[in-house]
Design a protein around this ligand. Sequence first.
Ligand SMILES: Cc1cc2nc3c(=O)[nH]c(=O)nc-3n(C[C@H](O)[C@H](O)[C@H](O)COP(=O)(O)O)c2cc1C
Length: 457
Amino acid sequence: MTNKMTIFAFDFAGPAHLSAGLWRHPDDRSAEYASVDYWVEYAKLLESACFDGIFFADNVGYHDVYKGDVAAALRDVAQIPANDPSYVIPAMAAATEHLGFGVTSSTAYDHPYAVARKFATLDHLTKGRIGWNVVTSYSDSAARNLGSGTQRAHDDRYTHAEEFLDVCLKLWEGSWEDGAVTRDSTTATYVDPGKVHPVGHTGEHFTVPGIFLCAPSPQRTPVIFQAGGSSRGVRFAAASAEAVFMNATSKASLRKQVDALRAQAAEFGRDPSGIGILQMVTVISARTDAEAEKKYEDYLEYVSYDGAMARYSGWTGLDMAEFDPDTPLRHVNTNAGQTMVDIFAKMDPDKEWTPRDIAAYIGIGGASPVIVGGPETVADELESWVTETGITGFNVGHAVKYQDIKDFTEFVVPELQQRGLMRTHYDAATLRENLSAAGSARLRDDHHGAAFRALAG
Ligand SMILES: Cc1cc2nc3c(=O)[nH]c(=O)nc-3n(C[C@H](O)[C@H](O)[C@H](O)COP(=O)(O)O)c2cc1C
């Protein structure tokens, strides 16, 4: 392969994310999750290693499905506490020049006018280095606390998200003309009123008749990421995402997902090769394979069954305490996240997955594949995922907070760079330019959001 991989660090603005029980490891820095100094140090580390960016997951609900309450999630800090990741971004941006930032933000309970303003502000403050991971939420607890009490049906959430995103795109692309900010003291005109236009949106869920609050930022529209692999989720991504975040558990199933996504993107009139695809992986690396294996064995000692089940029950909406830990699960449909239910059946259709198997699998790194090894082993594996599936890069997760990514920068990055598979410098100023070969900070013309530029005359 000749193209460079896109490499993001996958993280969460709380003590612990996907791995269950690992916060107890002596090398884990989860205690510092609420410190801005911690995130600034992390950003500098990532930029010094030429990561494309840091990608923050986020959720507005908590995991209270397992055993019918939130106790197991709280004990194991299973995605709770969960600070809002947006607020550390400007500090991280001020300490770096090129690092990109992917921030997850749900369409379920916010208003698009407010979310468009949040991302425009972040795009200004990062000088064009922001991306938005558009998610539709899956937790009933979020619906109870933020919404009307119950979630919309799974597919309706995506229909709602499509209109939500359209409102944002109209505000970013269609309200302010490029030359609207004149700062002309001779005419006492900072903004030319003739160049700021109402977007006139009236839809099923939102009415936004007026103009946008923010002046155009370097990218205008943040880089649009999407994560959610059901057939409805893939349709949403094919229409709107510039980069898609996937968590396939095998190369064969990833290849199918990549092909399906690209085929549908072409049906929407988009250049499929212009869409980035990042696979989630957890990497445990060391100087040698033997040292990495030893580290992995050590980590396994910390895995918490209840912590893993609290997460998996929350992701799927199935209370795993109702199933015998050693009896295979049959196919089930849920209104929460279909992807997380199907993932195990797809990973190995011949295997009968029990709750205990699932807990052991997701205890380290959630549902992502875990790569354990020295520099060459990890680089070989990452390279084969790219060449065999057609993805463009990775969201690299961790088991032990900070330490695993630091190890990745020390052991894996030099090997990838030496093979010409990872950048050794940044080419451009904005996230969109760094991620795509298209070479523009602005949304591509084949994205449907580009049509909203016409609103601005
Ligand atoms: C790789 C991946 C990462 C995700 N990250 C988040 C997240 O950070 N926050 C969130 O609320 N949902 C997240 N989701 C959930 C999805 O956005 C979506 O709500 C859920 O997967 C249900 O949709 P689906 O059935 O289309 O997969 C993620 C999903 C995937 C596959």
